[in-house]
Design a protein around this ligand. Structure first.
Ligand code: SF4
Ligand code: SF4
Length: 118
């Protein structure tokens, strides 16, 4: 299984990190050197700017999660990196929880799954 996060669309909500039963995701600092340590294609890597549409949707939302912050603190913030995609069991829990609709999974038959926020 290949798993990656479209980093400019990641809010840092950490829902994926919280729900994944096999620890595919880690939350990383946006300013850190390992913010792109998964298999995201170049256009989905973190280059320092969030997607304007996603930011407009989530920036002011008060749901107990810290959005678009540099660091992971108090159970949210930073951005998600799929550091352990090989472990994915395709339970699809992350796909319905992802605020930024920015997770992609490709299985061994090249079937692609995309997150759609519930
Ligand atoms: S679909 Fe894969 S990456 Fe997503 S929560 Fe399930 S095991 Fe983790
Ligand atoms: S659930 Fe989506 S938006 Fe939230 S931290 Fe994970 S990848 Fe980013």
């Amino acid at each position: 299984m290949k798993v990656w996060v479209n980093k400019p669309k990641c809010t840092g909500c950490a829902h994926c990190f919280d729900v994944c039963p096999v620890a595919v995701f880690q939350m990383k600092d946006r300013s850190g050197s390992d913010a792109n340590a998964d298999v995201a294609p170049p256009e989905q890597q973190w280059k320092g700017a969030s997607d304007p549409a996603v930011k407009a949707k989530w920036e002011g939302v008060s749901d107990g999660h810290r959005h678009f912050q540099d660091k992971y603190e108090e159970r949210s913030g930073g951005l998600s990196v799929a550091v352990n995609g090989e472990a994915c069991i395709l339970c699809q829990a992350c796909l319905v929880e992802c605020e930024g609709e920015c997770i992609t999974i490709v299985d061994d038959n090249s079937q692609q799954y995309q997150s759609i926020y519930k």
